[in-house]
Design a protein around this ligand. Structure first.
Ligand SMILES: [Zn+2]
Length: 266
């Protein structure tokens, strides 16, 4: 993994990304060029060719930016962010380069389209062509970040970070149903993992992270595909129980529709 670390201009701001460009064989330099021009508003290959060559020779798999006043002490929320990013990186190895190129192209499109709007870019509104890839990618990464945090600070005494706000466990992981927007649901993974039938319609318990991870692949274009693969892999579980859990988590109905327009498949 090639990781760029960066001091931010502002205090207290953490931003990170997992582009996996060092692991993508096709068009990775041009994707990097596009992202640089969007983020820095300049074509680095023209304005700073030596710097660009340096970057192009070691394209970032991950970038981590911390605020200018960040101390070198352990930071809970930065650690959670790093494990969120590692969740992305591990998912990459299951879904592959074509999938990831789709994620990057959708994010690039979103940044261009929504820069001066109220829509949560770079994730978008959930209605974009490849929104299903963003949905799976962000939902999984956020779950991994929070679940690591929960295990690292056990016994329910601690907090997890949710959208920059400290929340008491289990609320932030169990009931925090979304990341940035309602269509990116994170709580379903925790409800599958936890041992307790502790919520209305939470009839699926004790599934491992590995079991859930095994449900992802190059064609997992949203939660509907995840659900189908989960039921295929765990054939003793019935569809109604899974549907009820998803409905409880985020109002998905039997057709796997939660009020947000269904993403178009690849
Ligand atoms: Zn993310």
């Amino acid at each position: 993994m090639t990781i760029y670390a960066q001091w931010g201009n502002n205090p207290g701001v953490h931003a990170a990304s997992t582009m996996m460009l060092g692991h993508i064989q096709t068009n990775s330099v041009s994707m990097f060029t596009n992202l640089c021009s969007l983020l820095f508003n300049t074509n680095l290959s023209v304005t700073a060719p030596n710097v660009f060559q340096l970057f192009a020779g070691a394209l970032p798999d991950m970038t981590v930016s911390v605020g200018s006043t960040q101390t070198t002490d352990y930071s809970e929320d930065l650690m959670q962010t790093l494990f969120h990013e590692l969740g992305h990186a591990s998912l990459f190895h299951k879904v592959g380069q074509v999938y990831w190129t789709g994620v990057i192209s959708q994010i690039t499109w979103n940044i261009t389209q929504y820069a001066s709007t109220s829509i949560n870019y770079p994730y978008g509104a959930g209605t974009e062509t490849l929104a299903g890839l963003i949905q799976i990618n962000e939902a999984w990464a956020e779950f991994i970040g929070k679940e690591h945090h929960r295990r690292f600070h056990p016994n329910g005494q601690t907090i997890v970070w949710s959208m920059g706000i400290k929340q008491g466990y289990p609320n932030a992981i169990e009931n925090d149903r979304w990341f940035f927007n309602l269509w990116i649901n994170t709580g379903i993974f925790y409800d599958l993992l936890d041992p307790a039938n502790n919520e209305m319609n939470d009839g699926l318990d004790n599934f491992s992270i590995q079991n859930m991870y095994n449900c992802f692949g190059p064609n997992t274009n949203g939660f509907c595909d995840f659900r189908a693969k989960f039921l295929q892999n765990n054939s003793s579980e019935n569809t109604t129980t899974m549907n009820n859990l998803m409905q409880n988590q985020n109002q998905w109905n039997g057709n796997c529709f939660n009020g947000w327009p269904n993403p178009i498949k690849l």
